[in-house]
Design a binder for this molecule. Structure first.
Ligand code: PRX
Length: 582
């Protein structure tokens, strides 16, 4: 089925008037140096991402504007102005310094979306540290791997999640302090290295001088999955804020009048670039909702806070579609004026449904943890071709390269999506894996690992991943990581993990498992293996389906052939099987 383009009205007739008035002109005239000029820099020289997000507004009327409307899962709410956040983060940054945090130290968070999470993530860069936000849905081994790899010095967590941390403490010699956020006042017995968040805040002072960081100093780390090995820490520098700010302004189209809501958790790069730094650097009021997905609860949030600009993801949109338009009609969503989506291909049906249900289309955009900010996008001013990720951001050069990355392919041909480095929010390294980082740059291009094509008018269309990485509900899952977790189970001899298509989550994780002698396939054993894997992985990375096979197809060198497993699962041609073990 083909979809008609969604033709946009002229800029002048749009509510607010878009920030990007003329795409072609902006591409011709604007570059990163122009966007960098919108950032202040520290008064004494240097650049600090949290100063740009908070303190730079203190000399302007934004000072007393609401920075965060926090909505608890239990419907309690709290409001923080820019001035309050600046003061609270000063206090916490001072406390961190007193705890020995110095420039370059890694400070991780492992907790839900409460205000303390945001205060911590904004305070750490002020003290010169590097933040590492982890999803509360991680099992203990996933947390341990990341804390060990990054040699994190401080961790913020909650009494409930401490049950996952306690058993791994002996294996984390670098972890000097655990800060306990106990906002619901649970009875809690503090261990040796533990401090109460409330206590260190009470003992702290409002007097704090931000660490004089440089634009190139590191400040954010997000772990991401590849085809092989453990997840890698993608590292960003303070300068990333230039990209966060420019794209929040020109792609998300954030205006001073907006109330903006990004549904992503800071454990995912979207939740930091666009759930913290981008909007705050622009002086925009945003909503943070503590809870997870629920169609009616989400609409209630939009209704209650009169949300105008909304950034979410395809799986969530498809779940909203499933919940139906009747739910939409129970709420007053008339405040909405602009909607964006990221993380997976946004199917045209979802865009069309958005138009029907909200009277507005979703604007798809494309980027990666490594790119730090949006690279390819649909803009308010530009017609939408449903199914396309849009066109490169002004300042971004994107191309489709041939198999050997030597040649740019003409419009219409499928190939490797590549970007021309550098740009301000480009990752600066994979933590401790400079070799791997270097391997991502070939012939003067950054190779994204995605396959795509470009049409005659410069719109990019996503084709698929160039590797075996699985995208389930926007969450990247490295098959190797899941296979490694599975083979640690006493009954599992071998495991091969693939993504299988799913209407809601795009792909689901499926594992093929062969058992060791003496074990028999059973439903109970499948359940056992899933519970076992859950302790080691993020909930979304756990196989939804496990299938027992007597043996797995392997190459002669012993590598499990995921490609073959996938072809067999989907009933596709098996392709070249010349390397298959006899
Ligand atoms: O494969 C692409 C897919 O998600 C990958 C990046 O994942 P992650 O680093 O977790 O993303 C962080 C911020 C979005 C990409 O390599 N992806 C992302 N956006 C899109 C997408 N696939 C299709 N369409 C998109 N708009």
């Amino acid at each position: 089925m083909s979809y008609q383009p969604i033709v946009k009205p002229p800029a002048a007739s749009m509510p607010f008037g878009p920030n990007l008035v003329d795409y072609d002109q902006a591409r011709a005239d604007l570059g990163w140096t122009d966007f960098a000029a919108e950032i202040n820099g520290l008064p004494g020289g240097g650049l600090n991402i949290s100063y740009e997000a908070l303190d730079r507004h203190l000399a302007t009327p934004i000072k007393n504007k609401v920075a965060i409307f926090w909505e608890g899962q239990d419907e309690t709410s709290e409001t923080y102005t820019f001035a309050e956040l600046a003061r609270l983060t000063d206090r916490l940054a001072g406390a961190l310094r007193a705890l020995g945090v110095t420039k370059g130290d890694r400070v991780f968070t492992y907790m839900g979306r409460t205000p303390e999470l945001y205060i911590a993530l904004l305070a750490v860069p002020k003290a010169g540290g590097i933040i590492g936000p982890l999803f509360a849905a991680f099992g203990p081994d996933a947390v341990k791997d990341r804390l060990l790899d990054s040699q994190a010095k401080v961790l913020f967590t909650t009494p409930t999640l401490m049950k996952n941390i306690r058993p791994i403490i002996p294996e984390l010699p670098d972890l000097k302090t655990i800060v306990i956020v106990n906002r619901r006042g649970k009875p809690y017995e503090f261990g040796d290295r533990e401090k109460a968040f409330d206590q260190i805040m009470a003992d702290g002072s409002d007097d704090f001088e931000i660490e004089p960081t440089d634009a190139e100093d590191f400040c954010i780390m997000h772990y991401t999955s590849g085809t092989t090995g453990k997840p890698k820490g993608v590292v960003h520098a303070h300068q990333a804020v230039v990209g966060h700010h420019a794209t929040a302004r020109h792609v998300l189209d954030l205006h001073p009048e907006d109330v903006y809501w990004c549904t992503a958790d800071p454990g995912w790069v979207t939740g930091t670039s666009y759930g913290i730094f981008g909007p705050l650097a622009g002086g925009i009021t945003q909503v943070v909702y503590e809870g997870g997905f629920s169609a009616s609860r989400w609409y209630k949030v939009i209704d209650k806070y009169r949300v105008t600009a909304w950034y979410t993801a395809p799986t969530a949109i498809r779940m909203l579609m499933k919940a139906g338009e009747e739910v939409v009609q129970k709420y007053d969503l008339s405040s909405l004026r602009y909607m964006c989506s990221v993380g997976e291909p946004l199917n045209p049906e979802a865009i069309v449904w958005g138009q029907k249900a909200f009277g507005l289309p979703f604007h798809d955009n494309w980027w990666q943890t490594e790119t730090g900010c949006i690279q390819i996008a649909n803009y308010p001013i530009m017609d939408i071709r449903p199914g396309s990720m849009g066109r490169p951001f002004p300042g971004v050069t994107a191309a489709i390269l041939n198999e050997t990355f030597e040649r740019e392919l003409p419009p219409g041909e499928e190939g490797h999506l590549a970007l021309k480095p550098p740009w301000p929010s480009m990752f600066r390294t994979y933590w401790g894996r400079q070799d791997l980082y270097d391997s991502r740059f070939v012939n003067g291009w950054y190779i994204t690992g995605d396959k795509a094509r470009m049409d005659e008018d410069g719109y990019f269309w996503f084709v698929g991943r160039a590797d075996d990485v699985i995208n389930t509900a926007g969450h990247l899952v490295g098959p190797f990581e899941v296979e490694s977790a599975l083979v640690e189970h006493p009954a599992v001899a071998e495991a091969g993990v693939i993504g299988v298509p799913d209407d809601l989550a795009m792909e689901l994780v499926k594992a093929f498992v062969s058992l060791k002698d003496g074990y028999e396939p059973s439903d109970q054993l499948k359940k056992d293996i899933r519970i076992f894997a859950k302790k080691k992985l993020h909930a979304l990375s756990c196989p939804r389906e496990i299938e027992f096979l007597p043996g797995l197809p392997k190459t002669r060198s012993g590598k499990i052939m995921r490609r073959l497993l996938k072809a067999r699962e989907l009933g596709l041609p098996e392709g070249d099987t010349s390397t298959l073990e006899e």
